[in-house]
Design a protein around this ligand. Structure first.
Ligand SMILES: [Zn+2]
Ligand SMILES: [Zn+2]
Length: 224
């Protein structure tokens, strides 16, 4: 008699119960998708860029650090590749080839592990620690992707109304969306205007309908 390394249920044999094996497989299958989903959360958060800190970071815009870490070398790809490498070593296999863009590596490592789940569950003493880390990894991603507030405040709409006033409606960006449409006036704000909107908001949040200074809307919206 032994116990499942993840849920601690009693087992006849092996290291993971069938339920935890299945759940781990599903998590592995979701990993490439979750990695991709995180990309949407790298976008500017409306936070003021901290000068000097962006240097050396690939993205030119302020980014969310937890997201950057999860998508970085020690994040999803690192966790998966380390486990795959350990698994292959313990099976007496050579090291897996690592190549391509990060998203390809995530897919390859997740698949390499998923294909060996049966062996992992039945024969690998590391199975419990492995399954636990995969579960924690997914939780970390989901805590970003499934934020209770599904939209982020971008700023206020600076579209000019017929009377020369600013629209002023609050603009919100939904996760995974690349274009924002003002719910009030219908103006469309593509991502290249978001920094401007955020900056304008930080400079001063004008009350709705406040008079507009000429040239305030640097990235003028296009009506779609
Ligand atoms: Zn279990
Ligand atoms: Zn508007």
């Amino acid at each position: 008699m032994t116990t499942c390394g993840l849920c601690e249920r009693e087992l006849e044999q092996g290291y993971l119960c069938p339920g935890c094996t299945r759940a781990t497989g599903e998590r592995l299958d979701r990993m490439p998708k979750l990695y991709g989903a995180l990309a949407a959360f790298l976008q500017p958060s409306g936070r003021r860029p901290e000068l000097g800190r962006a240097q050396g970071v690939e993205a030119p815009l302020p980014v969310s650090e937890p997201v950057l870490n999860l998508r970085g070398p020690g994040g999803i790809v690192g966790v998966l590749e380390d486990w795959r490498s350990a698994m292959q070593a313990d099976r007496g296999w050579g090291q897996p080839a690592v190549r391509g863009a990060t998203e390809d590596r995530v897919r390859a490592a997740a698949r390499g592990l998923s294909l060996n789940l049966e062996w992992i569950a039945s024969s690998w003493p590391m199975a419990g620690a492995f399954a636990e880390e995969i579960r924690d990894l997914e939780r970390s991603v989901l805590s970003v992707v499934n934020q209770p507030e599904r939209t982020r405040r971008l700023g206020n709409c600076v579209e000019l109304m017929a009377d020369g006033s600013q629209c002023g409606a609050v603009l919100r960006v939904a996760h995974g969306v690349t274009e924002v449409r003002c719910a009030w006036c219908g103006a469309v704000w593509p991502p290249d205007t978001w920094m401007t909107l955020a900056r304008l908001q930080q400079a001063a949040t004008p009350p709705a309908g406040a008079p507009v200074e000429a040239g305030a809307a640097e990235g003028h919206p296009s009506h779609a």
